[in-house]
Design a protein around this ligand. Structure first.
Ligand code: F0G
Length: 456
């Protein structure tokens, strides 16, 4: 058997990408005020800003689009998707939303109150923001291994059960539910083991608390379980997924990830208890319950995409691409969060720019350098994203300086990965000449999206 693991698809429709010169990129980045979020996507060669809503749909999905029933109430497309989601999740209630954060907002507004507290392995930033907006404390309790970039552990997304139990004992009356995020995006796209989810669910049950899962990347998590957790070697992805959902009382989903679509999300709930409040919030902010902020065609594409996302050949290739880039980075002496995650590789910028003071934002500087060198766009997860400028002008910094390269699904081929690996290796070689930045203009919150910078 040949060893090469190929992309398990062929290409039917192509989208040209444009090579720019270094000179052009220097000017474009200056015009973007040294912030890659402000670049036009047409000026980016390899766009690894996010894996969210950026992937390629299959010919089956495009075919399904034409089947969309755009009726306001009771559309056929809703019932088709509901059947698929019930089969996968086993939940009675399926509530479509336009994307993940809308699912969060609708659910949290319906069931949380000011002063509550929600534990999670790591809250994604919109999850945290939606909770904090309601005056709810979002507490991250990932296992200590999950916070050490270079440490190899099969399930770095696991939640620390002892700390959860301590919270349940001391502040139980503030906790409306426990959450877990699969895979743990904020912690490097790291998986959660079935054993950990089972124990967490049992612990919450002991204290009478429901378990809500953030399941954006549930298929990738299931593939990691199959590859790494004893007893699941020969289980099908679907059976692993069903076993996982059986532990939950409800879920929020951004279908822009493992739903394999460009827009969409949903909530699922097992019991009727919260349904009236959830439905009222949905109608107020998203739409009627049988479309919830989506077109009928979006529901059709998602019904197909959820099934395709669980295909084992696809998932094996998907996880392997990240691992492959990790191997190339290792050869180049570039550090990254280990093992590589499901949807992304997180470069440890301090291993490329060890001399650069954190006040010059090394991960931001590396992000800019990758664009200038080869037109590759990643996202900084460091002190611009998570640091703050306080009213007295002083700064707080993040504990890690990472650059996330997140891979759109079914979009880039191995030669794109080889090219990007070369660009990263070249940047590492030229590290001494890479300049840091200072922030010249910034909003008070979520500054990374819109801040303006200048070279130090
Ligand atoms: N939960 C997780 C774990 C996520 O990664 C995201 C989005 C959301 C919720 C929110 O979903 O974007 O559909 O509203 N993550 C994207 C990213 C934006 O780039 O990681 P959304």
């Amino acid at each position: 058997m040949p060893k090469t693991l190929i992309e398990p698809f062929r290409i039917k429709s192509v989208e040209p990408i444009r090579m720019t010169t270094r000179g052009e990129r220097e000017q474009l980045l200056e015009e973007a005020r040294l912030n890659v979020f402000k670049l036009h996507a047409a000026d980016v060669l390899i766009d690894w800003l996010t894996d969210s809503g950026t992937g390629a749909m299959s010919s089956r999905q495009w075919g399904a689009i034409m089947e969309g029933d755009e009726s306001y109430a009771g559309a056929r497309s809703f019932y088709r998707l509901e059947r698929v989601i019930r089969e996968i999740t086993g939940m009675s209630h399926f509530i479509p939303t336009h994307q993940g954060r809308a699912a969060e907002k609708v659910l949290f507004t319906a069931v949380c109150k000011k002063g509550d507290l929600v534990p999670n392995n790591s809250h994604f930033d919109t999850t945290r923001a939606n909770l904090e907006y309601l005056g709810v404390e979002a507490v991250d309790l990932v296992i200590p291994e999950g916070l050490q970039p270079a440490l190899v552990h099969p399930f770095k997304g696991n939640i620390d059960l002892a700390r959860v139990e301590h919270l349940l004992q001391t502040q139980g009356d503030r906790i409306p539910f426990g959450m877990i995020t699969v895979t743990n995006n904020t912690g490097g796209g790291q998986p959660v083991s079935m054993a950990n989810m089972r124990a967490y669910a049992a612990l919450l049950k002991k204290y009478g608390k429901p378990l809500i899962m953030d399941v954006c990347r549930f298929s990738e998590n299931a593939m990691f379980i199959k590859m790494r957790e004893a007893g699941y070697e020969s289980a099908s992805i679907k059976s692993i997924v069903q076993e996982m959902f059986a532990l939950a009382d409800g879920c929020t989903m951004s279908a822009k990830k493992d739903g394999m679509v460009n827009i969409g999300g949903f909530i699922v709930l097992r019991s009727d208890e919260w349904m009236d409040a959830v439905r009222n919030m949905l109608i107020l902010t998203e739409g009627f319950p049988t479309y919830g902020g989506l077109a009928g065609r979006d529901l059709e594409a998602l019904a197909v995409g959820l099934e395709e996302g669980m295909d084992e050949d696809y998932l094996r290739y998907r996880l392997r691409t990240a691992e492959y880039l990790g191997e190339r980075l290792e050869q180049a002496g570039v550090g990254f969060v280990r093992p590589t995650g499901g949807h992304a590789v997180y470069i440890d910028a301090k291993t490329v720019l060890p001399q650069m003071p954190v006040a010059h934002y090394p991960a931001w500087a590396l992000c800019n350098a990758l664009y200038l060198q080869g037109g590759v766009r990643g996202v900084e997860i460091g002190s611009v994203m998570f640091g703050r400028r306080l009213d007295d002008g002083t700064e707080t910094y993040h504990s890690m300086e990472l650059v996330r390269l997140a891979f759109p699904r079914r979009m880039y081929t191995q030669s794109h990965f080889d090219y990007a690996a070369e660009v990263i290796a070249e940047v590492k070689q030229m590290a001494a000449g890479i300049r840091g930045v200072r922030i010249t203009k910034q909003p008070r919150v979520l500054r990374h999206f819109t801040c303006e910078c200048a070279w130090v």
